[in-house]
Design a protein around this ligand. Structure first.
Ligand SMILES: NC(=O)C1=CN([C@@H]2O[C@H](COP(=O)(O)OP(=O)(O)OC[C@H]3O[C@@H](n4cnc5c(N)ncnc54)[C@H](OP(=O)(O)O)[C@@H]3O)[C@@H](O)[C@H]2O)C=CC1
Ligand SMILES: O=C(O)[C@@H]1CCC=N1
Length: 269
């Protein structure tokens, strides 16, 4: 099986490295289409002969073509790409917002997978939600799921609108976690901890909390109650968060990410 990856930024290089490191794909069976020679230095385990700096007929020899450019770059790419691809290939998009209908229309092909991965795919801990056009058969879907699973876990959804929802939850989600970590690190530094100590305190706390959550069937509310001693310290922080409606504000932020995913789909035409 041969795979082409178009766009070698965060996600493109993550997928290329994930497929190759997991030995799912032979390194010589990956073609990388990029505009920048710098990616060669950043991805040393990928052979330099795998790189192409312009779209060419090599792409037609690939079974799967992964599109990992920004949604805003898709229109320009599509004008060029549609000359080189054909109906037997499976096109896998990781672009936020761009719909299956739009991909079909602009690329003139029908076998489309629309997926939403996240950045932890870089370390094999990704979460990818995907859906596909009805032109893919079960065997093809199975191959795609196995490919995605080389980068972490995956969930297949029938309804395409859930990809916009997943974009706001698992796609953007790592940034929300880092945002929360940033607040805790800033507070720790303000109390006099060295930055490295502050980072350790926060890192170990987040990873410990996640470990507890994974090891038991208790809900997040149950765990909050376990940490919050009556008349104690945590209670004060949670009380303030509730008074300020922080939870609702966070939900509102996630809603905005979802709305942007929906908007990107409309705007990029
Ligand atoms: N970052 C994330 O956490 C996630 C991103 N995504 C999606 O993945 C996609 C890529 O995001 P990300 O990797 O972060 O973005 P990056 O900007 O890091 O990478 C995109 C790459 O595509 C290149 N590119 C653009 N047009 C072409 C072209 N015609 N031919 C070859 N290469 C091209 C860009 O080159 P140049 O630098 O020259 O512009 C750039 O290197 C987006 O659509 C995003 O919605 C999905 C889930 C998570
Ligand atoms: O912010 C973005 O648009 C992309 C999609 C999800 C994560 N990064």
């Amino acid at each position: 099986m041969k795979i082409a990856i178009v766009g070698m930024g965060n996600m493109g290089s993550t997928f290329a490295n994930g497929f190759i490191n997991s030995r799912f794909i032979n390194p010589t069976d990956v073609l990388i289409y990029t505009r920048s020679k710098k990616v060669l230095e950043d991805n040393r385990n990928i052979h330099k002969l795998s790189y192409r700096y312009e779209l060419d007929s090599g792409i037609a020899t690939c079974d799967i073509v992964i599109l990992a450019v920004k949604p805003q770059d898709f229109s320009t790419l599509a004008d060029d790409l549609k000359k080189f691809i054909h109906q037997d290939q499976i096109i896998v998009s990781v672009m936020a917002g761009v719909s299956i209908d739009r991909l079909k229309k602009d690329l003139l092909v029908t076998k489309i997978v629309r997926s939403m991965p996240n950045l932890p795919t870089q370390i094999g801990k990704g979460m990818t939600v995907f859906t596909a056009s009805e032109e893919l058969d079960r065997k093809e879907l199975f191959i795609i799921q196995n490919l995605i699973n080389t980068t972490g876990k995956s969930v297949y959804v029938l309804e395409e609108h859930k990809i916009d929802a997943a974009t706001a939850i698992s796609g953007s989600g790592p940034a929300y976690v880092f945002y929360f970590m940033e607040a805790m690190i800033q507070a720790a530094i303000s109390y006099g901890f060295e930055p490295s100590q502050a980072e350790l305190l926060v890192k170990q706390t987040i990873s410990g909390a996640l470990g507890l959550y994974e090891a038991n069937s208790l809900s997040t509310q149950d765990w909050i109650a376990k940490v919050s001693s009556k008349g104690g310290t945590t209670e004060q922080a949670i009380k303030y968060f509730n008074e300020e409606d922080i939870l609702q504000k966070l939900v509102e932020g996630v809603n905005r990410a979802k709305a942007q995913s929906e908007l990107l789909g409309k705007q990029t035409k």
